[in-house]
Design a protein around this ligand. Sequence first.
Ligand code: KIV
Ligand code: ZN
Length: 385
Amino acid sequence: MRRIEIFDTTLRDGEQSPGVALNAEEKLQIAHQLGKLGVNVLEAGFPIASPGDFAGVRRIAQEVRNVSVAALARANAKDIECAWEAISEGESPRIHTFIATSPIHMRYKLQKSPEEVLEQAVQAVRLAKSKVSDIEFSAEDASRSDVDFLAKVFSGVIQAGATVLNIPDTVGYATPEEYAAFLRAIMEHTKGIEKVKVSVHCHNDLGLAVANSLAAVGAGVHQLECTVNGIGERAGNAALEELVMALHTRKDQFKAETSIVTSEIARTSQLVSRLTGMMIQHNKAIVGKNAFAHESGIHQDGMLKDRSTYEIMSPSIIGVDAESIVLGKHSGRHAVQQRLTDLGLELDESRFEELFSRFKLLADRKREVTTADLFSLVEEQKEKT
Ligand code: KIV
Ligand code: ZN
């Protein structure tokens, strides 16, 4: 089994979700929970962005232990000095510096030539290295960059001291096979690549962030960047819980594992949702309200016979102790009978049949028939007899 490191950027890229602004206290609360979750690196923020972000990053670096704390900086001296000031008291600090390398970004955004970008990247990494040993360099919009140019930039920053190279799909444009081939080409052409860790950071504009990250695992990368609940700019980032549970559930295929304490996933997801105000869609994989719920009679019957029929992972793995059988209009006799038995409400056959007909009438009016509803149905029956 290969060990894949989880770089969580909920507090930096995730916080860049439109409408989200966490204060230092809230950031710290999430950071402590990310520590319990077992992430390897926690990107605490972008200190130059605002005094509040600087304060939040600083407190996290001072207080959160047993996890590497990273701060983001553009590839310039002012950002790097500021990032370092924010994380210098950390147990295991990392400066994460970046510059765009795609023709589109270099021409329109940076208005710099490729040679100038190469020079700026190398200078930035050199400066960061004079402060701390762990340096991550990201080539923004890497997936739309030229392979030879990118390999040249990466070879330069490795020589300048970078320890992690990140190859982001910044605009979520890549597709899994193409991205994996691109990563392999970059790794083949970069000098000194064996000395560093390779990372990916995928955005979800085409709904492919998780698929692209998993394809990257197949291509041999060492680190995955992601956010809790997949929050982030535009359509968000690769969702931590989906990546972790895909690797965990399909170990046979990926032959890779993470250090994530999966039983902390649901708690972390709820905390992030509550503090950011970003609701989780009901059918969201792993952490959605319906992710482990079964409503149809056929599925419920299968589940009651053997859970493996319709459940590829147990909700308890992510720390959920939920009732997975939801009683509604699609439920069959078996599920209703089982729930009554679980509630200690044993009925003979004729009473059960009468109750089941009233259950169906109620289920047509209500989306979900609850335990309280079942007790009422039984009570009504008692009153009639
Ligand atoms: O999406 C991106 O390219 C980024 C970088 C700063 C890593 O967030
Ligand atoms: Zn990003």
